[in-house]
Design a protein around this ligand. Structure first.
Ligand SMILES: *Cc1c(COP(=O)(O)O)cnc(C)c1O
Length: 238
């Protein structure tokens, strides 16, 4: 199958999952996750019509951006992996979105660097919905306080929440993760007194996109089922 075929097949899965739960397929976007894959594959997906790509390592993403942006008008990068403070300056320079915000220190550093660049960044707050200690993300019960502090950072355009659910064959346990994020969104909206805030819910990957959509996802992040399995021996490096 070609890249365009893979993308079309995943898009069909998304549309089918929406119809299965009476949702409008227009409510769920597809973020192709190109991490570890070469620019040639991003180029193929670009030519199939995609413009925003998910990357988890800032330096790799920056290198791809430098190689590709000039001859791919409209190409944009979303950083979906955690960030060390000293990498915030790179994100501020080229990314349009950061989905793994879970610390005020990073928020502060990003805001400072963005001010310097005269840029804005779309941001999602990552929620640790599975309570696994090794996972990134704020605890759901911290969300309201965290959101209150984020309001101070003018360059951060906070759009919603992101989560990586439990990796499990127990569909109920996976669904519980997504439900917890939706409950967190409701709390944030109550606190803000505005039901249009926090509208983006980035939930669902290759293995759990159908469950995520049935439980309220507005964006699925798909790597493997578009670009193939990630082989550590064949990771693209700048
Ligand atoms: C790698 C990654 C994905 C894509 O996962 P697949 O299972 O390959 O679809 C999605 N979200 C995050 C945060 C990731 O790091």
């Amino acid at each position: 199958m070609s890249m365009a075929d893979n993308l079309a097949a995943v898009r069909t899965r998304i549309d089918d999952a929406c119809r299965a739960c009476d949702r409008n397929p227009g409510e769920v976007s597809l973020l192709p996750v190109s991490k570890t894959k070469p620019p040639s594959m991003v180029d193929e997906a670009y030519r199939a019509g995609y413009r925003l790509f998910g990357e988890n390592k800032v330096q790799d993403a920056l290198a791809k951006s430098e190689l590709m942006d000039a001859n791919h008008p409209g190409l944009e990068w979303s950083i979906i992996g955690g960030l060390q403070t000293n990498k915030a300056k790179y994100v501020a320079r080229f990314a349009t979105e950061f989905q793994a915000l879970d610390s005020l220190k990073i928020a502060h550093e990003l805001d400072k660097r963005l001010q310097k660049e005269g840029r804005q960044l779309r941001v999602l707050v990552q929620v640790n919905s599975s309570a696994e200690p090794q996972k990134s993300g704020i605890a759901p019960e911290e969300a309201v306080d965290f959101a209150r502090e984020l309001a101070a950072f003018d360059s951060l355009d906070v759009r919603g929440l992101m989560t990586v659910a439990l990796n499990s064959s127990d569909q109920r346990a996976v669904a519980d993760c997504f439900d917890l994020v939706v409950a967190t969104q409701e709390k944030l909206r109550q606190e803000a007194g505005d039901t249009s805030d926090w509208s983006e819910l980035s939930m669902g990957m290759s293995g759990d996109l159908e469950i995520a959509i049935a439980h309220g996802s507005t964006q699925v992040r798909i790597g493997t089922d578009i670009f193939g399995a990630r082989d550590p021996a064949r990771t693209w490096r700048p």
